[in-house]
Design a protein around this ligand. Sequence first.
Ligand code: ATP
Ligand code: MG
Length: 334
Amino acid sequence: MRVVSGIQTTGNLHLGNYLGAIRQWVAMQDALEENGGECLFFLADLHALTGNVSPQELANSTIEMAATLMASGIDDRAILFNQSRVPAHAELCWILQGTARMGWLNRMTQWKDKAGKNREGASVGLFTYPVLQAADVLVYKATHVPVGEDQKQHLELARDVATKFNTDFEVDLFPLPEPLISKAAPRIMSLRDGSAKMSKSDPSDMSRINLIDDNDTIAAKIRKSKSDADLLPDNFDGLAERPEAKNLVTIYAALAERTPQSVVEEFAGQGFGAFKPALADLAVSVLAPVRDRLTQLLDDRAAVGAQLARGAERANALAAPTLKAAQQAVGLQV
Ligand code: ATP
Ligand code: MG
């Protein structure tokens, strides 16, 4: 089993990113180590170029994202690297652009959404983005790709590209990657509004716990979070109409790696005056070690660079034979 996943480079990550995404990647690394297989995680810096990102922003967010992943437990059991440091992604992408059809890309809903009405003004890269994604996974002959709902169509396209390439050039080069649907990741809501997602674009810093927050800030944000005056029921379904209460219980359960039902059973009959301090203690105990490692790594960028360089070297070695086979298949003299 070989899993390949690209990660958008963003800085200022928060609890929602941690529980909803990063921790799932760490779990994947751990599971693959146990079951045999490889896990490649790349920072999608080439994909970032298709949006409007400033050079400074791109450089900073790439290093912050890498440091955050490392602080959260991604180590050399996985292969963590910058997409741009493995030129085979871009080289194979160019070859596959001869295979992919305009009509296929025109049907991509992400392209339609992101380009909006201004198609003439959209970057060409935004249009061909899914072909680079196909190259990202095919260059490693990935067997599985973790996908959210919004990326299913792009994985389908990668399979179409692989099939057409194999057929056109009469080779058996690319296996068809399968989607990997991880067990439902929790969706964490804003601490100020139980109906809005916790997000880095929320203007209120009190709405989220940043992974870089110190212990007092974490505790204060939980203490001041919106809740209600009712007691906790003994059944999680009893919180259906109480979004803020439901969110705090969901956060507790995710941090403790327990079911929300077991959490309400423990706190049944108690109010938020009792629940919030328990949640604050738990959040600090889980997040403080991550933050401390993150702070260290942000001060020691050489360590981050070193893991990325090791990752790139391993990724280059895995990608090279596939790229060469693709070049030979199309008649390039290599
Ligand atoms: P933005 O507001 O710019 O969209 P964001 O805070 O939503 O930022 P993303 O960079 O869009 O963060 O998401 C990174 C990853 O974190 C994605 O896998 C996304 O599904 C996950 N994620 C983001 N917010 C949450 C959340 N509140 N709960 C669970 N998962 C989340
Ligand atoms: Mg988002």
